[in-house]
Design a protein around this ligand. Structure first.
Ligand code: PMP
Length: 286
């Protein structure tokens, strides 16, 4: 078992995988991507990830060089070559090789990269005991600038928040939007429980519409947990009974402290526990 990288139809070992320094994905963050998880050899919610990838590509006016079926076949080929069955796939579309100016029309028309590897987001004990996070001072990109709904290769906005988290010695930071409302964390969506109701910001609040987030909202419905998409303020986080983050790489991780304040009882709450269990059953059931 070893990571493998597929680039435009060819497979490489991790340390042999190369792209051009003139690729606009590198020079300008001009491209889009997806992170997908593989459980027992099956890609979780592959259709939803491909929907989002094609939506992101369309939003930046990049025509993917490969169709959905070709991408699925290429991901399977990469997985098979890696021998990994429980892992993470990074699927990247760049604008391709260009010149030193911005004009996307002078690029090669796109490059596709598929990486099959493992990923560890947070230490195991945080999943049991909960995580401390802070609020970042840097705000999430304005939706009319580079929309957070586009999963683009330009993650500097998120990285600036992640640096603030690291400075504060915590693994994550929650980002507010241009109106001062809660958006999301640097690479995860955020949920709270208030008066027994599950609440999470909506797409109008400037978030990436997470595949894991949507899976959790569906699970809540099935479990009879009242759930809504709602604009949240920092106040709502501070007075929440429970809080957790969701993401493909992170899965479901409880948050027990925000800006130094304990959330609820300061331990992972019962609704978080129920949803974590249900999510883990869902992904393992395939
Ligand atoms: N928000 C951002 C900014 C992200 O990068 C991600 C993906 N890591 C998420 C939310 C969660 O999305 P998903 O559940 O689809 O991985």
């Amino acid at each position: 078992m070893s990571p493998k990288v597929w680039i435009d139809g060819k497979l490489f070992e991790k340390d042999q995988a190369r792209i051009s320094v003139y690729d606009h994905g590198l020079l300008y963050g001009d491209g889009v991507f997806e992170g997908l998880r593989v459980y027992h050899g099956k890609i979780f919610e592959v259709e939803k990830h491909l929907d989002r990838l094609f939506g992101s590509a369309r939003a930046i006016r990049l025509t993917p060089p490969h169709g959905r079926d070709e991408l699925k076949t290429a991901m399977q080929e990469t997985l098979r070559a890696s021998g990994l069955t429980d892992c993470y796939i990074r699927l990247v579309l760049t604008r391709g090789v260009g010149y030193l100016g911005l004009n996307p029309n002078r690029c090669s028309g796109g490059s596709t990269i598929i990486i099959a590897d493992t990923i560890d987001m947070y230490p195991r004990e945080m999943y049991e005991k909960g995580m401390s996070i802070i609020t970042a001072t840097v705000i999430r990109n304005h939706p009319n600038s580079c929309s957070p709904r586009i999963k683009s290769l330009n993650y500097l906005n998120n990285i600036l928040a992640k640096i603030e988290a690291a400075d504060a010695n915590v693994p994550e930071a929650v980002m507010l939007n241009h109106e001062g409302n809660v958006a999301e964390c640097s690479a995860d969506n955020i949920f709270i429980v208030r008066d027994g109701q599950l609440q999470t910001p909506g797409t109008a609040d400037g978030i990436l519409e997470g595949v894991t987030r949507n899976a959790i909202l569906n699970l809540a419905k099935k479990l009879g947990i009242n759930a809504i998409e709602k604009t949240l303020q920092r106040f709502d986080l501070y007075v929440a009974e429970e809080c957790f983050l969701t993401g493909t790489a992170a899965e479901v991780v409880p948050v027990t402290r925000i800006d130094g304040r304990p959330i609820g009882a300061g331990v992972p709450g019962p609704i978080t526990g129920k949803l974590t269990e249900a999510f883990s059953r869902l992904v393992r059931a395939g």
